[in-house]
Ligand binder design. Structure first.
Ligand code: DON
Length: 561
């Protein structure tokens, strides 16, 4: 493990670690945290060692990521927790951002009713009311065991005393000096005004103060009092619409998980306002019907089948899904039923690509950053947590007095009501902007259970690709019995109905397969990478937890003890 990742204040924690990351898989007997940042994973494991449970560790890791992985770790965004305790009881916590009370369905349109391209992801109007602090606080109130303060303190220390800047963050810091927002340009400077570089200590005193408020006052430290007042003032002075009232009224929601099965396994994932759980279960149901024994893994026939499965699930997603509090009639049970999968499976032509119908559905481009963490504690309780700012560094905006970055999650709503095209836009009703509504998400934090106990804890960033990379990883483990790191690294593809193209990892799919898929009618589009998965497998036979952080995560690590 790299010494450079260690701030001095964490030395005492790391000293005692028995198990370290950096190998393809990390093995641990007593507990494990896998996240996009090694220091944050260590913070979580220190909490486990102190007697905290998986919820406590997830909370501490999430706060730490807000300091050490600011491109996506956050207190200015939102996300989801899926939790299964050691005896198999499951729940979820929805802390997705909400549209401000002053938001309207035409807020990103010009005078002709057309979307002003990019406006829904830009500026303070793109900011949803943040949910992270409320969600983590609710998780703690209901299921945590250690005192709240002990979970927030490590992130206060990291922000106040500083952390060693990783190479990745140093690259972002350098790049921020060209073309980033004024806030981001200052963000990576130390109080002496100097841009921090790789290997140097980076301090975030304003963020430390905000975190202290949260440490001392809990949820109210963010949604009421000094921090809320400053958010309100900052928004008002700079053209934003989030008010003190929006913050005061924000609540996280506990929801029953989406539940499905694949052979002998039970799958628990996030229900709406994420589309992840519904689409994942729909796709697993379809795959269960396919005769996978006769189709070779990653062959042309396999990729075609998977792509057609994705196409169908994403069409259903576009048509039906949105915030359940505003869409009480969503046909969730139907979409996740085995009968419905039969219907979807039966119209897949195994020889020929279908054509996505542009008169019905479309998809938006998704942003570049989100982060997932997986936790398991000594009792086998597990947390799967994905949260996001939408784009990398969200809106790139924030109050210098508060030191954290606001999301640009309003971009996840369907911006132009009623208008759907072949390329970018979906205009379906369930995900139109309304005051106080949560925007539809693709985040898919998932726990698979075997014999009623957590077996696989998994999730990923990647916008709409999240659903598909989680789907393929789950399938790789459950169907193909791959070790967790192989399942994570194996070639992934992505199809999201519209735009009608099959995205593949350029260096992982053979040219022959590419050609054969094109001959079947697919339009191919190469990308260097899909997914950044963080997973843990609970191998009860071997009595060990096995964790892996995707090699595409430069600072990520599975840490256990
Ligand atoms: O909630 C969602 O689906 C998106 N805001 C997630 C964005 C994302 O994953 C970008 N990351 N790579």
């Amino acid at each position: 493990m790299s010494k450079l990742l260690y701030p001095r204040s964490l030395f005492f924690i790391s000293f005692f670690f028995i198990l370290i990351s950096g190998f393809a898989q990390t093995y641990a007997k007593n507990g494990m945290v896998v996240s996009d940042n090694e220091v944050a994973s260590q913070v979580g494991v220190a909490v486990l060692k102190k007697g905290g449970n998986a919820i406590d560790a997830a909370i501490a890791t999430a706060f730490a990521l807000a300091v050490t992985h600011p491109q996506a770790g956050n207190i200015g965004g939102g996300g989801f927790i899926v939790y299964m305790n050691a005896s198999g009881a499951t729940t979820t916590i929805d802390f997705r951002e909400k549209a401000p009370l002053a938001a309207t369905s035409d807020m990103f349109l010009d005078e002709n009713g057309k979307l002003i391209m990019g406006s829904n992801h830009k500026g303070l109007k793109s900011v949803g009311v943040p949910g992270t602090v409320a969600g983590l606080y609710m998780a703690h109130e209901k299921y945590g065991v250690l005192p709240w303060k002990e979970l927030v303190q490590p992130s206060v220390d990291l922000a106040k005393n500083g952390m060693i800047l990783t190479f990745t963050l140093a690259t972002h810091a350098r790049r921020s000096q060209e073309g980033a927002s004024a806030f981001l340009k200052e963000y990576f400077k130390n109080p002496n005004g100097k841009l921090v570089d790789f290997g140097e200590v980076w301090k975030q005193p304003a963020l430390a103060k905000t975190l202290e408020q949260i440490r001392d006052k809990g949820k109210d430290g963010f949604y009421k009092g000094k921090v809320a007042s400053e958010i309100h003032k900052f928004m008002k002075a700079n053209g934003g619409i989030i008010t003190r009232k929006d913050l005061k009224e924000y609540t996280a929601v506990e929801r029953a998980p989406m539940k499905g099965t694949y052979k002998e396994f039970e799958i628990y994932s996030m229900p709406p306002p994420s589309s992840g759980g519904v689409a994942l279960i729909e796709m697993m149901n379809i795959m269960e019907l396919a005769n996978l024994d006769s189709i070779q893994f990653n062959s042309t026939a396999y990729v075609h089948l998977v792509a057609e499965t994705m196409r169908r699930a994403f069409a259903d997603r576009a048509e039906h899904m949105g915030d359940p509090d505003f869409n009480p009639e969503m046909p969730i049970e139907k979409l996740t039923s085995k009968e419905f999968a039969q219907k979807r499976y039966s119209n897949i032509d195994l020889e020929r690509a279908s054509v996505s119908d542009s008169t019905k559905f479309g998809q938006l481009y998704d942003g570049a950053n989100t982060t997932h963490l997986s936790v398991i504690d000594k009792n086998g309780s597990a947390v799967s947590l994905t949260y996001t700012l939408e784009y990398s560094y969200g809106s790139q905006l924030g109050s210098p007095k508060l030191g954290f970055i606001f999301n640009n999650e309003m971009g996840d709503f369907n911006p132009q009501p009623g208008y759907t095209d072949r390329d970018w836009l979906i205009g379906t009703d369930p995900n139109i902007i309304k005051p106080g509504k949560r925007m539809l998400s693709s985040m898919t934090p998932t726990i698979v259970a075997r014999e009623g106990k957590p077996y696989l804890v998994i999730g990923s960033p990647g916008g709409r690709t999240i659903i598909n990379t989680v789907f393929q990883t789950v399938l790789n483990v459950l169907e193909y019995e791959m070790p967790i790191h192989k399942a994570i690294e194996a070639m992934k593809i992505h199809h999201q109905w519209l735009p009608d193209r099959l995205i593949f990892e350029t260096h992982l799919m053979s040219p022959d397969t590419q050609k054969a898929l094109e001959e079947m009618g697919h339009t191919l589009y190469g990308r260097s990478n899909l997914g950044r998965l963080m997973g843990i497998l609970n191998s009860t036979e071997q009595g060990v937890f096995i964790g892996a952080s995707d090699s595409s995560s430069p600072d990520g690590a599975a840490v256990g003890y």
